[in-house]
Design a protein around this ligand. Structure first.
Ligand code: HEC
Length: 439
């Protein structure tokens, strides 16, 4: 029956030459598990597109309803939590798959001529995926979403010359609000999907025109050749199935989180970005002061400039890693750098979660007394008084308490008003101040 239907269709649509073209593409060196990451990335993109489409059935992109609609999806809609969980973990999986895919291409020198256009389109795909992550993060409109986006947009704002304009365009005004949310929603669900589909088509088109790179060993590539179907198709399918199963397990063990609703007045909330931005976030922590523009602007521009330039650096035909010591060494150094920062950041966030209740009470007092009207902590608050992000490194308990009671006594001419609090609350506030440390 299926066979009859297929041959009937195939007759009319003249499918055989297309199938032949799609499936019989020769893979130099033969099929291999090392080539699965591109297909897995494509699969994850399709999963994001599908789950995202279903999420859009219920999601409402306005500050009044966004949070409630996500809560409704998570708790009331049949399979809503599952679909949202897949979308949440799928995004992380896609970043990981892209990382592994790039690593394989880099190691194999598969970006070298004639595949430079493919690499360049690939870097654009990476940028688009990161933008998907950034814009999607705001949509649940919980505390983390709101404040992490605030930090992200402030970063864009710190770019020299055009930063302010860019930040205003992203926000849709001077404040993060309703316009920002609908803007991010439109970018996330309309602009980016169109763009990325176009670029994915380009990426695959180039692949079919230049052919897969195969192993770096030219003799081996010449000796063995296998068609894409059946072996590579089988490997790709197994990998996709395994990734999907892993996601289902993850979603059941760790459902996607939804925090408290966004509160634009609660400047004490300390957002933590998604893990794939975490290493960069850590780097930012080390770069207060004059170094800040280097990290917020120079390094990212340099990073992507180098990424785009990679196919044009070094010897054009040499693909064996053993004979590309500079490229492989630089790549390894970069990975060590990123993973060290990631490790440090994870250690700090783990420590942050274990904050003692006194610090939490102190944080609440800080908010109640509107200290942020004069002080800035990690980018939040005004800059009338000193930045308190790392005040715990600079002052000890006794100094802080004495200073709270009578600022002018310690800092003559200080405009900071004395803090009149019962002794235990003063202690809590001080504990919070002392918790603000670098490492
Ligand atoms: C009217 C603005 C203003 C308000 C409100 C204010 N401060 Fe200050 N604060 C300052 C100024 C100016 C300084 C610098 C002079 C000084 O050290 O007294 C300062 C200094 C400090 C310092 C010392 C920083 C250092 O290392 O030198 C701490 C700690 C501090 N403020 C905490 C707080 C807390 C906590 C609150 C809320 C209870 C608060 N401030 C409210 C203006 C303010």
């Amino acid at each position: 029956m299926m066979n009859r239907l297929f041959s009937w269709l195939s007759d009319r649509l003249k499918l055989p030459p297309i199938l032949h073209h799609l499936l019989d593409e020769a893979i130099p060196g033969g099929a291999s598990w090392i080539y699965i990451f591109g297909s897995v990335t494509l699969f994850l993109f399709l999963l994001q597109a599908t789950t995202g489409t279903f999420l859009a059935l219920y999601y409402a992109p306005t500050p009044d309803h966004a949070y409630e609609s996500v809560k409704f999806i998570q708790e009331e809609v049949p399979f809503g939590g599952f679909v949202r969980g897949l979308h949440h973990w799928g995004a992380s999986a896609m970043m990981a798959a892209i990382g592994l895919h790039m690593l394989q291409v880099f190691l194999y020198g598969a970006y070298k001529p004639p595949r430079e256009p493919m690499w360049i389109v690939g870097v654009f795909l990476l940028i688009l995926t990161l933008t998907f992550g950034f814009t999607g993060y705001l949509l649940p409109w919980d505390q983390k979403a709101y404040w992490a986006t605030q930090v992200g947009i402030n970063l864009v704002g710190s770019v020299p010359w055009i930063g302010g304009t860019l930040a205003r365009i992203l926000r849709g005004g001077a404040e993060l609000g309703a316009l920002t949310l609908s803007r991010f929603f439109a970018i996330h669900t309309l602009f980016l999907p169109w763009l990325i589909m176009f670029l994915i088509a380009g990426h695959l088109f180039i692949l079919r025109r230049v052919g897969p790179a195969g192993p770096w060993d030219k003799a081996r590539a010449k000796r063995i050749s296998e068609p894409f179907y059946p072996k590579q198709v089988f490997m790709d399918a197994v990998a996709m199935g395994a990734v999907f199963l892993a996601l289902v397990v993850l979603v059941n063990l760790f459902p996607a989180h939804l925090g408290d609703p966004a509160d634009p007045t609660d400047t004490t909330f300390r957002p933590v970005p998604e893990w794939y931005y975490l290493f960069y976030y850590q780097l930012l922590k080390y770069s207060e002061g004059p170094w800040e523009p280097v990290v917020t602007f120079v390094l990212p521009v340099l990073f992507f400039a180098i990424l785009f330039a990679i196919p044009f650096l070094g010897r054009k035909r040499e693909r064996s890693p053993a004979r590309r010591p500079i490229a492989i060494g630089a790549g390894a150094l970069f990975l060590v750098f990123v993973f060290t920062l990631l490790g440090l950041a994870m250690k700090e966030t783990a420590a942050l979660k274990k904050t003692d209740p006194a610090v939490e009470r102190g944080r609440a007092i800080y908010a109640k007394l509107a200290c942020a009207g004069c002080h800035r902590i990690h980018g939040q608050g005004a800059q009338v008084g000193p930045d308190l992000s790392f005040v715990g490194d600079a002052r000890d308990r006794d100094w802080l308490i004495a200073h709270f009671k009578d600022p002018q006594a310690l800092v003559p001419g200080s405009i900071m008003p004395p803090t009149r609090l019962p002794e235990p609350e003063l202690e809590d506030l001080t504990r919070y101040m002392l918790s603000l440390k670098k490492g």
